[in-house]
Design a protein around this ligand. Structure first.
Ligand SMILES: Nc1ncnc2c1ncn2[C@@H]1O[C@H](COP(=O)(O)OP(=O)(O)O)[C@@H](O)[C@H]1O
Ligand SMILES: [Mg+2]
Length: 251
């Protein structure tokens, strides 16, 4: 368990066992506004978690804290091992070709080979020499996944990475993410506003509301999953209710 510490966050050295991340009373205020309010969360090794929540509920704030990008969060937070993030916008450096984007800042003895392998895994070998601005949305997101994966993270944080993609590209990327996860087995925290996406991909779905994890459901259905699986149908209703939405009101 993480020790509760006031003030600065603790970041112990990597450990091979126990949860990959633990938030214990994590709090984040912006001025008068408390966005994360004594939030508790444990992320197990290799676990695939989806995080749902209304817009502005603090999902990205939580993700940034877990990624070590927020020095002003208070309370207990321990993250063991390495973390990589992929954002909604792929955030590729436009003046570097795709391959150079993957190796950027990569401190391993064989960055080129690692990047080649990651690009092959996401099906982008032929685009390795392309400029980011010439990529389609799906290709750019695959490059972003390759950049995260090449770091072999213990915890992969995904902040609505598929929401700007068209429906068909999204289906392909879902399959790719599951495949990459089953091979590399990082713990994944996927922020999404799409209940179906959460049910299709995750082992556990969390709902963030009023600064806390207000609801949590395990998703026991085996993969590959189908949207119409009866267990998922009832879970969908439960999650929509937790989000304060009636199923009839959604498409
Ligand atoms: N740097 C910041 N300064 C002030 N307010 C912020 C900052 N970052 C986020 N917020 C506020 O915190 C709340 C949660 O934001 P965010 O975590 O981005 O929500 P979500 O990702 O769930 O849509 C929002 O009201 C947002 O305006
Ligand atoms: Mg967000």
């Amino acid at each position: 368990m993480a020790t509760r510490v006031p003030g600065p966050l603790t970041r112990p050295a990597a450990a091979a066992t126990g949860p990959v991340a633990t938030a214990d009373g994590l709090t984040r205020r912006f001025g008068e506004r408390t966005v994360l309010d004594r939030l508790d969360l444990e992320i197990g090794r290799g676990e695939f978690i989806a995080l749902l929540g209304r817009s502005g509920s603090g999902k990205s704030t939580l993700l940034r804290a877990l990624a070590g990008l927020d020095s002003e969060a208070e309370g207990g937070l321990s993250v063991t091992g390495s973390v990589a993030v992929a954002f909604q916008e792929p955030r590729l450096v436009p003046w570097k070709r795709v391959h150079a984007n993957i190796t950027l800042g990569l401190a391993v003895p064989d960055p080129k080979e690692k990047a080649d392998a990651a690009l092959a895994e996401v099906g982008l070998t032929e685009r390795a020499g392309a400029w980011p601005l010439t990529l389609s949305g799906g290709e750019a997101q695959r490059a972003s996944l390759a950049r995260a994966l090449v770091r072999e993270p213990d915890l992969l944080l995904l902040d609505e990475p598929f929401s700007a993609l068209d429906a068909l590209t999204r289906i392909t990327i879902h399959q790719l993410v599951l495949q990459l996860w089953s091979v590399h087995r990082p713990a994944v925290l996927l922020v999404t506003h799409d209940v179906d996406e959460a049910l299709l991909l995750a082992d556990r779905v969390l709902v963030l509301d009023r600064g806390r994890i207000a609801h949590e459901s395990d998703v026991p259905a085996p993969r590959p999953r189908h949207r119409d699986h009866p267990d998922l149908t009832s879970l969908r209703t439960t999650l929509l209710a937790a989000l304060g939405v009636s199923p009839e009101g959604t498409t």
